[in-house]
Design a binder for this molecule. Sequence first.
Ligand SMILES: [Zn+2]
Length: 401
Amino acid sequence: MSVREFPVDSERAISTLMRLIAVEGTTGHEAAIMAEVAACLKEAGVPASAIKHDDAQKRIPVPTPVGNMIVQLPGTRPGPRRMFSSHVDTVPLCAGAKPVRQATKIVPAGKTALGGDDRTGVAVLVSLVATLLKNKLSYPPLTLLFTVREESGLHGARHVDADMLGDPKFGFNFDGRSASEITIGAVGAQRWECEIFGKAAHAGVAPERGISATAVASLAIADIVRHGWFGRVIHGEHRGTSNVGSLSGPDGGSAGNATNVVTDYVLVKGEARSHDTKFASTIAAAYKAAFRAAATQVCDASGKSAKVKFTNRLDYAPFRLKESSPAIAVARRAVAAIGREPKLKIADGGLDANWFVKHGVPTLTFGAGQNNIHTIEEFVDLSEFVAGCRVAVALATEESA
Ligand SMILES: [Zn+2]
């Protein structure tokens, strides 16, 4: 494999990244960052008429101000279209983040996360276009896709208007740490919810008249933990994970409001993940059985027990591209072309790629320097970011696909 030179202007790419990190855009609040990305693209030479939004926000079930941004570039040579993607939203812990550039890193100024997840990916896409246009490189038709609401459940990728993508043959998503690790598959997830209906009573005067929804939740969760369905789940050759994420009242507030009232209602929310769709459902089914059994154990003096309503749904399906997939061949050559050794991996978290694969675009995910994401220790490794920018140029210009 030959190592090639790529004319990436690393200082310009880093300053674009600093600029993008400085714009707040937590998940569900993407209007300002979308406008900033559009401004960056125009400065890089993309005609304003090529910058479009889909209407994903109308289909996303949580408030979202804008749809995904989609840019089609015609290419300088014919060939199958390639899609590049990244998500513009950040986790709530990034609110107010101010980037500070140090010698080899970007770190947050205060006690916030940074938002390198995924502004590194966004900056890679901007740098890619700037590099292609400024240096008049040869490339096939390209689509750039900037998604919304990734962090709150891959909503933008799920509800993208696939007709606006221009029928790409494969996709390259930038959202991760290492520029030479190629993620070819990712876990799938189920989300479940259990409503527990008990009965209120004075906890001091007549507790026996009450049915405690809190007691039902506790018994169910204890049972789940005891039988190995909580956290990392290993049953025979099946692997997965599960979590109880929140316990709340009907309005999302506290489950129960007073110490002297038997809690009549609890809403428990959680998830189950596995690389095997069926096993994620099996884990969710174990939760359902545990909540139902627990409900029968908590009764009032007349023998009336609690009721539960359990629902679960597929959050996103797992996927795994075949190692013989042409997208992987292109990806391996691109990583080798920047002088790195490509490594294939499978992710234990969901990615926008899970949905792109569902939409018929085999998609690989690369990193560009994110580190310690979703924590106040987050930083961007600048040399890895620049390596990601180079890989993107290699992927876009690679001739043999
Ligand atoms: Zn991300």
